[in-house]
Write a protein that binds this ligand. Structure first.
Ligand code: ATP
Length: 461
């Protein structure tokens, strides 16, 4: 089989077990039997995740002088979630199998049988579609098809924190989305940094949702991270900026190594009442097919208006050049880090043939690779080689994520590094002791080059 054919047949199950074996992702609370919808990032996974975050921050904050960073508290006054509408309408349609009580998320089940449904439909609308298509739907657990009606199921996760819980007030919620922290800090940011409009705020934060049926590995979890930007702008300036944001986001996905053939835009047919426009960026996952990794939303003035009303604090903006006062409109980008992590892993996962051997290699971009370089002494029982290799290792360590690996044959060590996507391996051999040079091997081509140790840092950085 040629490479394309092999790689088109890769199944998500293969990637999931690989991710565990190689220390990328573990099931949450694994030793207690695992908890559905929760995952832990292992030693290689956390490096990859952090590199995705770093790249996102670099492109959305550092390179954009009118964007400011934020890290807001997870817990918020419960009124935040009342104002935003989450306590009443942050829900998905749920039905239960009457035979085994398995819960179904009805809009997704309908989508799965080719019906255009979504979570924003009213109970009446979704139940009509549910009845019309019942013949095609089977319970995922017992195969039955006798279900309760679909009902709106609120996704907010409740908690009990200090004062709020003790006073018997409304429950405290974990954030259903990270972006509310940005709206409630709008005035603080304006007062602190005096930005001109348009300006943006970026934040990476945790979100929690009582998903009805967590599934598809990192794709639908109950705890996840979102990387969000909110651009605040003058009413009327939306369309041009919206197009620019969409282009920027597309470019970033290409920059981190996702291929354009695996990406596409999808416009929402069904908008919430305040939204002006909404698009999703979808990625074509092995096995799962195309699905959402990020939403780009034109939200009008809804968010600042409701928080002004509920908090009693005026969140309008006065433009310095015109002295005009208005409630800014918001353009939002909201990306799920777990989904993007999975897309990056799936895109990088490659089976190819190198020097006659089939291998698994993660072809991460150098920017995202969890380990940037591995240093290998040719033999581990020759102290002079080990000393020299340690010297090279210690030289590189402060500058990039570097590992030292001395166990097994050099060939096996190369394969091990290929499997976690390390772009370069440095081998220290007997010639190194004479001429202070080493071989540097390229992950993708397997080509080796001889370079002076003094040149290494320059080449690698
Ligand atoms: P879906 O329709 O798939 O439930 P959504 O439209 O509710 O997603 P948003 O509220 O727009 O998602 O959240 C923004 C991003 O957060 C999504 O594009 C996705 O990448 C991520 N996200 C949302 N829910 C989850 C989840 N349960 N697990 C992992 N990531 C999620």
């Amino acid at each position: 089989m040629i490479k394309e054919e092999i790689n088109n047949k890769i199944k998500m199950d293969e990637i999931i077990s690989f991710a565990k074996r190689k220390g990328f992702v573990f099931q949450g609370s694994d030793i207690y039997g695992g908890v559905a919808g929760l995952y832990d990032y292992g030693p290689n996974g956390v490096e990859l995740l952090n590199n995705i975050k770093k790249s996102w921050w670099y492109h959305n904050v550092q390179l954009k002088p009118n964007y400011y960073g934020l890290d807001s508290a997870i817990f918020k006054d419960p009124r935040v979630w009342e104002a935003s509408g989450h306590t009443t309408s942050f829900s998905d349609p749920m039905a239960e199998c009457r035979a085994c009580n398995t819960r179904l998320r009805v809009d997704k089940v309908l989508e799965g049988v080719g019906v255009d449904a979504d979570e924003k439909m009213s109970e009446e609308e979704i139940n009509k579609l549910f009845y019309e298509n019942k013949g095609k739907i089977k319970c995922t657990k017992c195969g039955g098809n006798d279900f309760t009606d679909a009902k709106a199921f609120n996704l907010l996760v409740k908690s009990n924190m200090g004062d709020f819980a003790e006073q018997g007030n409304s429950p405290v919620y974990l954030p259903g989305e990270a972006s509310q922290g940005i709206y409630i800090n709008f005035k603080n940011i304006v007062d602190a940094v005096h930005p001109n409009i348009p300006f943006g705020v970026a934040q990476i934060g945790k979100a929690f949702r009582n998903e009805i049926s967590p599934r598809n590995f990192l794709f639908r979890t109950r705890e996840f991270e979102q990387a969000d930007t909110q651009l605040f702008l003058k009413p009327g300036d939306n369309d041009k900026e919206y197009e620019q944001i969409k282009q920027d986001r597309w470019q970033w996905y290409k920059q981190i190594g996702l291929s354009e053939q695996n990406l596409r835009w999808k416009q929402h047919n069904n908008l919430v009442f305040y939204a002006k426009d909404a698009w999703d960026i979808e990625y074509s996952f092995p096995t799962y097919g195309f699905d959402e990794i990020e939403g780009v939303h034109n939200r009008g003035d809804y968010d600042l208006t409701v928080h002004s009303k509920h908090s009693g604090v005026d969140l309008s903006f006065i433009e310095q050049s015109t002295s005009e006062r208005f409630i800014p409109h918001v353009l939002e980008t909201s990306m799920g880090l777990g989904r993007v992590f999975l897309a990056v892993l799936a895109e990088a996962y490659t089976i190819d043939n190198l020097g006659g051997d089939e291998r698994v290699v993660l072809k991460f971009s150098k920017e995202l690779a969890p380990v940037k370089v591995a240093v290998l002494p040719l033999l581990k029982n020759k102290p002079e080689l080990v000393d020299k290799a340690k010297e090279v290792f210690n030289m590189l360590l402060p500058h990039m994520t570097t590992v030292y690996d001395a166990s097994g044959s050099v060939g096996k060590r190369y394969r091990r590094q290929d499997e976690i996507g390390t772009p370069h391996c440095i081998t220290v051999d007997f010639d190194s002791l004479e001429d202070d040079s080493v071989t540097i091997r390229d992950r993708d081509t397997g080509k080796q080059e001889r370079v002076k140790i003094t040149e290494l840092l320059k080449i690698l950085t």
